[in-house]
Design a protein. Structure first.
Length: 364
């Protein structure tokens, strides 16, 4: 296949559809160290929806709620609960990106449109991907504002202490059983992406459940989207639990990168973020499994941080519990020290921890 006639610069932002954007923004500010930098609502001329834009490092999260009944946003929330609607990508040419994807078989969600305000202009277009999720292409080569035209700067009067989060490492999409290959084929055909990393149920399994996963990456491997599906097991896997409560394929978690995971996790724990627990026994043979590392093992044990190594180095990771009432979306905090992997050596410990939480919810 010919290379795509445009380039992707990275993840632009993720937009969540939530029941109460103001309160959700406050929660993420106070617990995870984000700051609200832009706002769209009645005061900016938006009559049907309200959005708060949160920032930390190069991460932008947008929380959007409907202002009226019987809206597409309201339907999304009613069906899925709070969740991610849009995984937006920064591109050098929105029109070429959209046209290329449509020619290769994608379904349009929004045709290219230029938006302007006093800070310049941006060009946006969207396509459908798995479930009700979309990818919006954003070209903001000439825009100097805080986020996008239509948003006003937001100054709450005080700043939240950041937790050191730097950028989006990857975004994970869960699929119903049997649909992973179809979605990966879609990313290959429509975007020209390649398969960066893969594991199957022989690699990732516990006594009760297992999964299959393929990581899709763009040509420069700045953007990575792991695609998961459940595999047959004795009981319900965490992937199937997500599908049951989200009701379709969707974004399962965001992985946010930090340069100091100990510092980030300490701040978030102090602020009230709940992380999945790791049994003390995991750390008994950690050095034998991953070799020498810079971090103090006892500190990692106290915080529940996992470690894995590949041929390029090692990585540290930890996962939050779901951050809304449905057991769907959660976050991963990750620090890479050379490793390009996705924690294959930790999957068993992670799955067993998630299964303990599923059992508490009566969903195992």
């Amino acid at each position: 296949m010919n290379p795509a006639p445009y380039s992707i610069k990275g993840f632009d932002h993720c937009e969540f559809y939530v029941g109460n954007a103001k309160q959700t923004a406050y929660f993420y500010n106070k617990t995870m160290g984000f700051n609200t930098v832009a706002y769209r609502g009645l005061e900016t001329g938006s009559r049907d929806k309200v959005s708060y834009v949160l920032n930390q490092g190069k991460i932008f999260l947008v929380f959007t709620s409907p202002m009226k009944k019987d809206t597409e946003i309201g339907y999304h929330i009613d069906r899925h609960g709070d969740g991610i609607k849009d995984v937006a990508l920064t591109v050098n040419d929105t029109e070429k990106a959209w046209e290329s994807c449509i020619k290769r078989g994608a379904k349009s969600a929004m045709k290219p449109v230029e938006i302007k305000d006093e800070n310049g202009e941006a060009v946006m277009a969207s396509i459908h991907t798995f479930g009700d999720t979309i990818h919006t292409f954003i070209e903001r080569n000439n825009y100097k504002g805080s986020f996008l035209p239509g948003y006003g700067e937001y100054n709450p009067g005080s700043k939240t202490e950041t937790s050191g989060l730097a950028h989006i490492d990857h975004v994970v999409g869960n699929q119903p059983d049997g649909e992973m290959q179809t979605i990966c084929d879609f990313y290959e055909k429509v975007f020209g992406w390649h398969r960066f990393w893969t594991v199957d149920d022989k690699d990732i399994n516990t006594e009760y459940s297992s999964l299959r996963s393929i990581v899709m990456a763009n040509d420069n491997e700045i953007v990575k989207i792991p695609i998961n599906e459940p595999a047959d097991g004795l009981r319900k896997s965490q992937i199937q639990e997500f599908i049951d409560y989200y009701e379709t394929a969707g974004v399962q978690h965001l992985a946010l990168s930090t340069k100091n995971i100990v510092h980030s996790v300490e701040i978030m724990k102090e602020n009230g973020v709940e992380f999945l627990p790791t049994p003390d026994s995991y750390y008994d043979s950690l050095v034998e499994r991953v070799g020498k590392i810079d971090e103090d093992i006892e500190t990692l044990k106290n915080l529940g941080i996992l470690v894995d190594r590949d041929e390029n180095g090692y990585m540290l990771q930890i996962f939050t519990k779901p951050l809304q009432d449905r057991p769907t979306l959660f976050f991963e905090i990750i620090q890479r020290k050379g490793s390009n992997s996705f924690g294959k050596g930790n999957f068993k410990a992670l799955f067993e921890s998630i299964e303990r939480e599923q059992e508490k919810r009566g969903n195992l």
